[in-house]
Design a binder for this molecule. Structure first.
Ligand code: ADP
Length: 604
């Protein structure tokens, strides 16, 4: 038993508890896990939309190049160098101003006198374009690859002259490298910093796009096209440039119309996957963290604190593609629901394991007890068989040898032999009946019979045996017959078993009472009561004594032999007759066993 319990404990119970403990531990991190999953998902959305926005700028850049080439092919370089602004505005509405600057830094177009817009452009840009002053720029020349905006990465610098300057350490006129190290704060602070390491959080605060001081000519270098972003009086200016193979000395450029650009970027935001549209709002924020376009124009929030955000890149410096949760409390709610569900599941599993373990242990106990009882049964039955056989043999030998001559003694010996034989028969009948019942082969011969008469017959047959052992049997029967539908032999067996127990457990008290009582409530029934003044059944064993092989007074401690089958059989027989056998402690000490049967024909 101990070994099995140990194996069970080590192989099932302890591992289950460890697993449950691990599961409970993992519950604490649920909100963090959910947040991280959402963070990864929405960061992916923001990254992809930011790339789309960047690609639109790249498309603008290529479109500008095509416009320049088509104007050059129709009008020729010399004609166009002064009228480029007018010609471009006629064909392409994405630019506010078109400009042409020579290799030497001479701005041939637009003429400041051609209008207020041109004049303002020249005031803001002529010195920078004419290489007379360096300016803080976010440069993205000749955008062959994407996201090349880390100027500190030499391999990404596609301007050979600039790269040469950087590698040779000649930064007398280009402060590119120096300034590229200066970190600039991002315009937004994403909320999901709890999911990152301190160094990641630190990086998150700063923009990946660095401003650099440079002159226009140095930026352009040998590249054929590109985009230069700069802030003039805190307003973003995007300058596209294109150098045609037809005349490498001229650089054609255009200041992009931000209003038109916003119009082109809006559909990118609004093409948000419908699967996300109920969950999040995506907004493109300008450098002041103001929404330029949003997937839900009616949505309002603190724009500076998105759930996640991605910078568009150096072509739109400090512009962010930001994702906001429509219902920020939903995440906590989902985490709570998930935790509660998992918690309930774990509790349920633990209860199931506990219940299963308890079932296994109690079944194991039952099996072990049954096995022990069976062993006891075999030794008890052998003993019970041996005792009457010894007496029968001894007295029959005495009689056979003719040594007992007194007729009284002879009669007494014969009585003993008869009593022991019936005791043997009773035991063998019980064992045989029990095994028949176990196999479901026990058959009853139900017939109407008078229980009073049957009881009287059985008692009177048994009386001499009891009286020869000094017991006094007091009986009480009703005056009229009581008809039950029953198997006479089986019912007689029940009465004999109960009488024989009253004798066996009498503990020296010689008084046995046998009564047959007819009752009308709740239904007409009859009770056969056998009462003794003996040991009584110990408290707590009142029902167990009806279990197979169970003995409340075992042979060792009480010295009383028995098989533990008599009451089991009595109850099974009674129940087969729609009745029952049960125990009641007798008032004043002793036992009262009652056989209750329904009456088949009620009598007056
Ligand atoms: P057994 O062969 O052991 O008597 P039974 O099934 O007839 O088997 O009885 C089961 C147990 O019930 C007995 O071992 C005994 O402990 C208890 N018992 C039965 N009858 C009596 C009684 N009249 N008084 C006290 N205990 C009894």
């Amino acid at each position: 038993m101990k070994k099995i319990a140990l194996v069970f404990l080590l192989a099932v119970f302890v591992p289950s508890l460890v697993l449950a403990w691990l599961a409970v531990r993992s519950l604490h991190g649920q909100q963090l896990i959910l947040e991280r999953q959402q963070w990864l998902l929405y960061q992916g959305v923001a990254d992809s939309l930011a790339r789309d926005a960047d690609n639109i700028l790249l498309a603008e850049q290529h479109e500008f190049g095509s416009q320049v080439e088509s104007l050059l092919s129709s009008a020729g370089t010399s004609n166009i160098s002064t009228s480029f602004n007018d010609q471009l505005s006629r064909n392409w509405n994405q630019a506010d101003i078109g400009f042409v600057v020579t290799d030497q830094g001479v701005l041939t177009c637009p003429a400041p006198s051609s209008g207020p817009a041109a004049q303002a452009f020249c005031v803001d840009n002529s010195k920078f374009l004419g290489n007379r002053e360096s300016a803080e720029v976010y440069w993205n020349g000749n955008r062959v690859g994407q996201n090349n905006y880390n100027p500190s990465n030499l391999s990404n610098v596609t301007n050979p002259q600039l790269a040469a300057n950087i590698t040779s350490g000649d930064n007398s006129s280009v402060n590119y490298l120096n300034n590229s190290q200066s970190k600039q704060k991002r315009s937004v602070v994403p909320q999901q910093q709890s999911l990152q390491s301190p160094s990641e959080i630190d990086n998150q605060q700063y923009s990946k796009v660095s401003a650099s001081e440079a002159e226009f000519r140095q930026l352009v270098g040998e590249t054929t096209e590109g985009i230069v972003a700069r802030f003039v009086q805190n307003k973003l200016t995007l300058l596209l440039y294109h150098r045609s193979p037809r005349d490498k000395r001229l650089i054609f450029g255009a200041e992009l119309s931000l209003a038109r650009l916003k119009e082109r970027l809006t559909p990118v935001i609004q093409q948000l996957d419908p699967a996300f549209s109920g969950e999040i709002v995506v907004a493109l924020l300008d450098d002041g963290a103001k929404p330029v376009a949003s997937s839900r124009p009616d949505f309002q929030t603190n724009w500076k604190h998105p759930f996640v955000a991605t910078e568009v890149g150096e072509s739109l410096p400090h512009w962010e593609m930001a994702v906001y949760l429509m219902d920020p409390a939903k995440l906590a709610r989902s985490a709570r629901t998930l935790t509660a569900t998992l918690g309930a599941l774990i509790i349920f599993l633990l209860l199931a394991i506990g219940f299963g373990s308890w079932q296994i242990v109690s079944d194991l106990n039952r099996q072990i007890t049954l096995a022990r009882q069976k062993t006891d049964f075999v030794s008890n039955v052998s003993h019970e068989l041996k005792t009457p056989l010894t007496s029968i043999r001894m007295f029959s030998e005495l009689l056979a040898e003719g040594r007992v001559t007194e007729p009284q003694k002879q009669q007494s010996y014969l009585n003993i032999i008869t009593a022991e034989t019936s005791r043997l028969t009773r035991l063998i009948n019980n064992v045989l009946d029990f095994s028949r019942m176990e196999r479901g082969e026990k058959k009853y011969d139900f017939r109407p019979c008078d229980l009073c008469c049957l009881a009287r017959e059985v008692v009177e047959t048994y009386r001499p045996h009891l009286e020869s052992n000094g017991l006094q049997l007091e009986t009480g029967y009703p005056a009229s017959e009581i008809m039950v539908n029953g198997d006479r032999d089986a019912l007689a067996q029940v009465i004999v078993n109960l009488l024989s127990n009253a004798e066996k457990y009498s503990n020296g008290q010689k008084e046995i009472s046998f009564q047959v009582v007819q009752l009308r409530e709740p239904l007409p029934h009859v009770e056969v009561r056998i009462l003794d003044r003996g040991l009584g059944v110990p408290p707590g064993c009142e029902e167990k004594i009806f279990e197979q092989f169970y003995r409340a007074h075992d042979s060792l401690s009480s010295g009383i032999q028995g098989s533990g089958l008599g009451l089991t059989l009595a109850r099974q027989i009674a129940r087969a007759h729609a009745g029952d056998v049960f125990y009641q402690p007798r008032e004043g000490g002793g036992s009262c066993f009652i056989l209750r049967l329904p009456i088949s024909q009620p009598t007056g």
